[in-house]
Design a protein around this ligand. Structure first.
Ligand SMILES: [Zn+2]
Length: 357
């Protein structure tokens, strides 16, 4: 593969394709996931895939939970990125770079949950997202944001009487999510019985969209800022593959957070138009809480780090709490007061739940 890239025969998308196949074959994963890679490549090649077609292929090749979630995440994140490119007219005025498309891929089982702005050996950008990482974001939204929403609506600080999950159960659930994220053994997303999570689908979907948009915008920002990073020797990590998955200095991470949040806000602004959102297949911006998602993302990282007692990434991303502080300091005066208060409310809920656990 390295030679083909040296000779310029592989496009960035084809490179990502091969990277993924190689990764899967190296991991000794069950055949269903390799089948997942095949379906994924087929979909990429055809350029589009309807739900019907997706179902037909799944039926043909068999189905499994990891396969399904991996595929869905990949499609989801690629759609997110396409929506971002539609919303942002990226010029080289500030960045000196023009990027109009980047392949995205989801691979399970990074050593740590992560998303990465990576480069092919040729220097072409692509973005890698860990599927566990995204699945956990969904669960965190279900657990914490619903609690916050309910608290906000009822105006009651203590929610223990009307809530179906006690603080203690919530703390236990958070811990299990952190274990799932960090453990190399535990493969199945823990089932968390929480009837309270089922009643806020649309609002939750919008906030999940906000969080994922921030993840992608952060990685996009690394590319736009021309961050080169440096290769690290990290045992068992994907850095061993031919592509360059890099560690970066803390300062660069904070820069990517700042530009990433800025890009995010521009995207949310664009999708206030619900017709544009529908055309891009993303949730419209119909509640301003979505502007709190870059801040909330960092709070989630902080919760994981503290629940599990370790850093969420082995590279040099700063701790979640530090990243949140930088984002807050930079943007809190520019955002509506309610948005800032909402993000602080999430932090307060997390603090009290973590104290219980
Ligand atoms: Zn980064």
């Amino acid at each position: 593969m390295a030679n083909e890239i040296e000779e310029g025969r592989l496009s960035a998308a084809e490179y990502v394709d091969q990277l993924e196949a190689k990764y899967w074959s190296r991991q000794n994963v069950p055949p269903t996931q390799v089948v997942g890679a095949l379906i994924y490549r087929q979909a990429l090649r055809s350029g589009k895939m309807s739900i019907g077609e997706f179902g037909r292929l799944l039926k043909e090749f068999g189905s499994s939970q990891p396969l399904l979630s991996n595929l869905m995440m990949t499609f989801l994140f690629q759609a997110k990125l396409s929506a971002i490119f539609k919303a942002l007219i990226l010029d080289d005025e500030n960045t000196g770079h023009v990027i109009t498309s980047i392949p995205t891929t989801c691979i399970e089982h990074f050593r740590h949950p992560n998303a990465m702005a990576a480069l092919t050996p040729h220097g072409d950008p692509f973005i890698l997202v860990d599927a566990k990482f995204a699945a956990c974001m969904h669960s965190m939204v279900k657990l914490l944001l619903h609690r916050a929403r309910s608290t906000q609506q009822s105006g009651v600080a203590s929610f223990s009487e009307s809530s179906l999950l006690s603080d203690r159960d919530l703390a236990e659930s958070l811990k299990r999510l952190a274990v799932y994220v960090f453990s190399e053994q535990q493969e199945a997303l823990p089932h968390i019985p929480a009837r309270e999570t089922e009643t806020f689908q649309i609002w939750g979907a919008m906030l999940v969209h906000g969080l994922e948009t921030f993840i992608i915008c952060h990685e996009l920002a690394h590319h736009l800022l021309g961050h080169k990073g440096f290769a690290v020797e990290a045992r068992g990590e994907i850095a061993e593959l031919e592509g360059r998955v890099l560690s970066r200095f803390q300062e660069e991470e904070l820069e990517a957070d700042t530009l990433g949040a800025q890009l995010c806000y521009a995207v949310f602004e664009f999708y206030r138009d619900k017709d544009k959102a529908a055309a891009s297949k993303v949730p419209p911006t119909w509640a301003q809480e979505i502007y709190a998602t870059p801040d909330i993302f960092c709070t989630f990282l902080d919760v994981w780090e503290r629940s599990w007692g370790m850093r969420w990434s082995s590279d040099r991303h700063p701790p979640g709490a530090l990243r949140r502080e930088k984002i807050r300091r930079t943007f809190s005066k520019l955002l509506p007061h309610e948005v800032v208060e909402f993000a602080k409310g999430i932090e307060a809920i997390c603090e009290s739940i973590l104290a219980t656990g």
